[in-house]
Design a protein around this ligand. Structure first.
Ligand SMILES: NC(=O)c1ccc[n+]([C@@H]2O[C@H](COP(=O)([O-])OP(=O)(O)OC[C@H]3O[C@@H](n4cnc5c(N)ncnc54)[C@H](O)[C@@H]3O)[C@@H](O)[C@H]2O)c1
Length: 288
């Protein structure tokens, strides 16, 4: 691999790394040579995922259990990973949950809104707080937060998720300016509909319809976790140091489509995703 594309010598910590976008990101960072630590509330799954990455990519890995809303657990887990792999150079805040119950604001439980906020925003905040002093001391760091199209667009009945993802965008910009002169960049990626295990289960249960959201995206399909991981790993590179404070969509054009009623041609069948999987290796370069 060209050295400008390599993460060799760097340590990357991914929260929510046991599966989905977090696992795909950790795998892509490992493919580029980084040592990777997975922090997740599911201990066994995180340990198994770290072992798979170590076997596949031959890099040092670690895993630690923590709920990202718990400051003591986060501090302990990050310190543990640092002891095993070295100081954290790259933090990817990927731990997240879906809206538990869709509801209008008049019926939404404030506890659901607070939970959304504390996992997505509080979690990213606590993890950033834990790694920043070391990054600032060493004058290098990369923090990548996960936003969503819901950070920009209005959709009904998901107010807690929209509040959390909009706040992630604001946190990203504020922190980016705060630490820019310490060699630390802070960016967010904003995925559209990504075919993770969690959303595949919702498709299988008939809670979501693949074609509806494929039609809304100009690309005419959903995305793969590997495609998000590819963007995150790019932002993590030392050579990406002039990109900071950005919220970058990885959504097949979902958020830039002016008029969804304007015909732009037929949607590809879900099987068209196989060609994208092929790009990342026969079954997804980083798939489990
Ligand atoms: N999948 C999509 O289409 C999509 C679209 C936009 C944004 N996102 C965002 O991407 C991120 C990852 O989503 P995903 O689809 O890969 O989810 P996922 O459900 O596949 O994985 C989430 C991981 O986070 C972990 N996690 C959840 N809450 C945690 C907590 N409190 N502490 C520690 N770990 C926790 C889970 O155990 C799991 O391993 C989330 O922030 C989500 O909002 C996803």
């Amino acid at each position: 691999m060209n050295s400008i594309e390599s993460l060799k010598g760097l340590v990357c910590l991914v929260t929510g790394g046991a599966q989905g976008i977090g696992f795909a990101t950790a795998s892509e960072c490992a493919r580029r040579g980084a040592a990777v630590a997975l922090l997740d509330r599911h201990d066994d799954e995180a340990r198994a995922a770290a072992a798979r990455i170590a076997t596949r990519f031959g890099v040092p890995t670690a895993s630690a259990m923590a709920d990202v809303v718990d400051q003591n657990a986060v501090d302990t887990a990050i310190a543990e990973c640092g002891t095993r792999l070295g100081a954290i150079d790259i933090l990817v805040n990927c731990a997240g949950i879906m809206t538990p119950r869709l509801a209008p604001v008049s019926e939404m439980a404030i506890a659901d809104v607070e939970q959304m906020f504390s996992v997505h925003v509080g979690g990213a905040y606590l993890c950033a707080k834990a790694v920043l002093p070391g990054m600032i001391d060493r004058r290098f760091g990369r923090i990548i937060n996960i936003s969503s199209v819901l950070g920009t667009l209005g959709l009904p009945f998901r107010s807690g998720y929209a509040i959390a993802k909009s706040a992630i965008n604001g946190f990203t910009r504020s922190l980016a300016v705060e630490v820019a002169r310490s060699g630390v960049t802070v960016n967010a990626v904003a995925p559209g509909y990504i075919l993770t295990e969690t959303l595949q289960a919702r498709l299988d249960a008939g809670m979501l319809d693949y074609a509806t959201y494929a039609e809304r995206a100009p690309a005419g399909r959903w995305g793969l976790a590997e495609e998000v991981g590819h963007l995150i790993a790019f932002l993590a590179l030392p050579a990406s140091g002039f990109i900071t404070g950005a919220v970058i969509a990885v959504d097949g054009g979902y958020t830039i489509r002016g008029d969804p009623g304007e015909a732009i041609g037929p949607v590809a069948p879900a099987s068209a995703l196989d060609a994208v999987r092929e790009l990342f290796g026969r079954h997804g370069r980083t798939a489990s």
